[in-house]
Write a protein that binds this ligand. Structure first.
Ligand code: ADP
Ligand code: SF4
Length: 689
């Protein structure tokens, strides 16, 4: 299909200093949990994005010196020449597809503890480090400032030797970067020429920008990443001061990459922001500089992108999450296939790759992180091993993904779901307003399936074991999902607590179905991810009095890894939700729940109309078990395999269900080397990649 006329502007080349980007798609630096620890995994992932049409593909932040040691996070490093092969590998993967390779050099100053290097952290002034643990940063003296300038120059030279086209000076994301710490009054209490007035606080940033330009600027583009607002009011950076800073440095870098801080504001999940939400903050930048400007905002709609360019907000469409969910966004737009974009849902599961320190995963894109290890490509898949027919029972995320990937392999696929609409748990959960955008998981897949000639979809089709056998498909995947437990078994209680008044229990499914749980409701969250707080928020929005109880020391603690915890804390308080931590459900009687302190067992009674346990789920695997007990009938019906996938196999996050469905489809009738499934990276040495 030809490109849509009004999307052509997105494919204009743009000059960045001495380099030219082939179009306006720019993968901004983003963490991935791979970095220096899983370099081939990282390089292949970046390469796939370049293949997908992104004109610029950057590293995540890259530490320039052991005094900026962010262990245990496996980010990129450029401490000395021994780091070069990892960078050379990434650069070659990116440039192979005609993209520019960018590197985001950083010193983290007082935000790191230097666990591995054991060096004393440094900052503009003496202060507690971000993670504290009693480790404090010392104030930099003039010789330290000289050293930092030298490390940045050496970092830039090494980056150029690795082959990078674009080198960043990074002063953004709040406390995370030394150069931003110098800008902020709350970290910079210096009385010399590097503290006090704005001009003084900007001095080190200006010097390092100038040094970088002088050192590599004749053949590398120099980018400046800057956060224009921390959303802290007068206590932090605000647009009014940022306007002065951008004004002072306007023409010094070759490109401005601008956003809001901290990372949880920049990468706001869809629960707390809409596409393009940063525009109001960053739009002044383009009026202040003649250099190209890149910004982010979870852009997945080409029309929104075009509007950003035409209205003079941005020159480049920056993307981190959109490029993770669909590395081929640019190619799809260029080929007039925008309807095939697999849009990011803004769940932020990917950010947990960095915070937990594992190769990131993506809810929408099951191939993310598996490009090298398993050789999975987001747009290519091995053709079918035979003309076998495949039946998928259940149209949740696992079943839908399996059906789509199998149809891509050219199998004849039948998918049946008992509900009137496909989507399974996605459909249920996205009825809650905070999770609304997640519907893209089922929308994308049901749409794609509707375009296929080799897929038959049936709704309102609850299949039993005999019907499945009768259908006689060679392979059957059982994707019948799971349900929420009502006996309070979860991470805290390992054995059941039966309610004395069972009528008091209201399940999450009842809330999804729109049942009225009464006026005063307890949500008991022993799952610790998003659902407990999302139900609490949903009910509080509907005017209910909500008590959110958790045995943990904070609500929704795992959402720290999706950068949402702070936002959830604020929103629930704004909605008047009562929060009780460190307590587990002891007993449930008519109109009251007794809670027990998890430390000393003291009890307290809370009067409520109902309690919603969000603790753990049980697989719905009865159908699978029955089919398995009838194996002797399989061959009469031509059945070769029956496999459980998704939550039916083991309940987990939506991403795991999608992954499970995809893995099933990839491996069906394929020769899979079990060792290759767990390819390791323990042998990375200079010259051996
Ligand atoms: P997963 O996350 O593993 O995809 P879900 O719970 O989201 O699981 O989806 C399971 C889907 O399977 C639901 O839409 C449910 O209606 C459907 N389902 C369950 N049992 C049957 C059955 N016997 N026949 C057809 N569909 C079924
Ligand atoms: Fe988007 Fe979620 Fe994928 Fe991250 S994990 S890219 S937020 S869909």
């Amino acid at each position: 299909m030809p490109i849509e006329e009004n999307h052509k502007i997105l494919f204009e080349p743009v000059k960045i200093g001495p380099k030219t980007a082939k179009n306006r798609f720019y993968q901004v630096p983003h963490c991935n949990g791979m970095g220096h620890r899983w370099p081939r995994t990282m390089a292949e992932m970046r390469g796939v994005k370049a293949e997908g049409g992104w004109a610029v593909v950057c590293t995540e932040e890259c530490q320039i010196h052991p005094s900026s040691d962010i262990t245990p996070a496996p980010l990129m490093r450029l401490w000395d020449d021994t780091d070069l092969p990892i960078h050379e590998l990434m650069v070659s993967k990116v440039q192979e597809h005609g993209a520019l390779a960018g590197i985001q050099l950083v010193h983290n100053g007082l935000s790191v503890c230097n666990y591995m290097s054991r060096m004393v952290p440094i900052g503009p002034s003496a202060a507690a480090t971000e993670t504290s643990n009693s480790t404090q940063a010392r104030a930099m003296d003039k010789s330290d400032i000289k050293e930092v300038r030298r490390w940045f120059r050496e970092g830039a030279l090494r980056a150029r030797r690795a082959g990078y086209d674009l080198i960043y000076v990074y002063a953004a994301h709040g406390i995370m970067t030394l150069l931003y710490q110098f800008l902020l009054r709350r970290f910079n209490h210096r009385t010399d020429e590097y503290g006090g007035s704005l001009e003084n606080r900007v001095r080190l940033l200006r010097e390092i920008l100038q040094d970088t330009k002088d050192t590599v600027g004749h053949d590398c583009a120099v980018a400046m990443r800057f956060a224009v607002d921390e959303l802290l009011g007068e206590g932090g950076m605000q647009v009014s001061e940022a306007e002065d800073i951008v004004g002072m440095l306007a023409e010094l870098p070759d490109l401005w990459d601008v956003n809001v801080a901290d990372w949880s504001n920049d990468s706001r999940s869809s629960r707390f922001s809409d596409e393009g939400f940063q525009e109001g903050y960053i739009k002044f930048v383009k009026q202040t500089t003649s250099k190209p400007v890149v910004g982010v905002g979870r852009f997945t709609s080409p029309d929104t992108m075009v509007s950003q360019i035409k209205r003079g907000v941005l020159d480049f469409i920056g993307g981190a999450r959109p490029s993770i969910a669909d590395p081929f966004i640019p190619k799809k737009i260029e080929e007039g296939r925008s309807d095939e974009i697999r849009e990011c849902i803004g769940c932020n599961l990917c950010t947990s790759g960095d915070t937990v320190a594992y190769p990131m995963r993506c809810t929408q894109n099951p191939t993310m992180g598996e490009e090298w290890r398993k050789g999975w490509h987001p747009e290519k898949i091995e053709k079918a091993g035979s003309d076998a027919k495949v039946l998928i029972v259940g149209g949740g995320p696992a079943g839908l993904e399996a059906a789509l990937a199998l149809s891509n392999r050219s199998y004849e696929v039948t998918i049946a779901d008992s509900n009137s609409v496909m989507g399974g748990r996605v459909l249920q959960e996205t009825g809650l307003k905070p999770l609304n955008k997640w519907k893209r998981v089922s929308d994308y897949r049901t749409y794609m399936l509707s375009t296929r000639g080799n897929v038959q979809s049936f709704v309102e089709s609850a299949l039993d074991a005999s019907q499945i056998l009768e259908l006689g498909c060679s392979h059957v995947a059982i994707a019948t999902g799971s349900y929420w437990k009502t006996d309070f078994v979860g991470a805290h209680h390992r054995s059941p607590t039966q309610a004395e008044a069972p009528d008091m229990i209201c399940t999450p499914e009842m809330i999804f179905a729109g049942d009225d749980p009464g006026n005063r409701i307890m949500v008991y969250d022993d799952d610790h991810y998003y659902l407990g707080s999302a139900i609490a928020e949903h009910l509080a929005e509907a005017g209910k009095q909500v008590v959110l109880v958790t045995p943990d020391s904070e609500i929704a603690s795992w959402t720290r890894n999706t950068l949402e915890n702070g936002h959830i804390q604020v929103r629930l308080r704004e909605l008047g939700v009562e929060i009780i931590c460190n307590h587990a459900v002891g007993s449930v009687k008519k109109n009251s729940v007794t809670l027990e302190c998890v430390f000393i067992g003291t009890e307290k009674n809370v009067e409520v109309d109902s309690v919603i346990p969000v603790t753990a789920r049980e697989s719905i695997d009865g159908l699978y078990e029955e089919l398995n007990s009838r194996t002797e009938e399989w061959s009469d019906h031509g059945i070769k395999s029956i496999t459980r996938i998704g939550d039916c196999y083991a309940p987990g996050p939506i991403a795991m269900a999608v992954y499970s469905g995809h893995q099933y489809a990839r491996n069906l009738e394929a020769t899979v080397d079990p060792d290759a499934q767990f390819k390791r990276e323990n042998d990375f040495e200079i010259g051996k990649h």
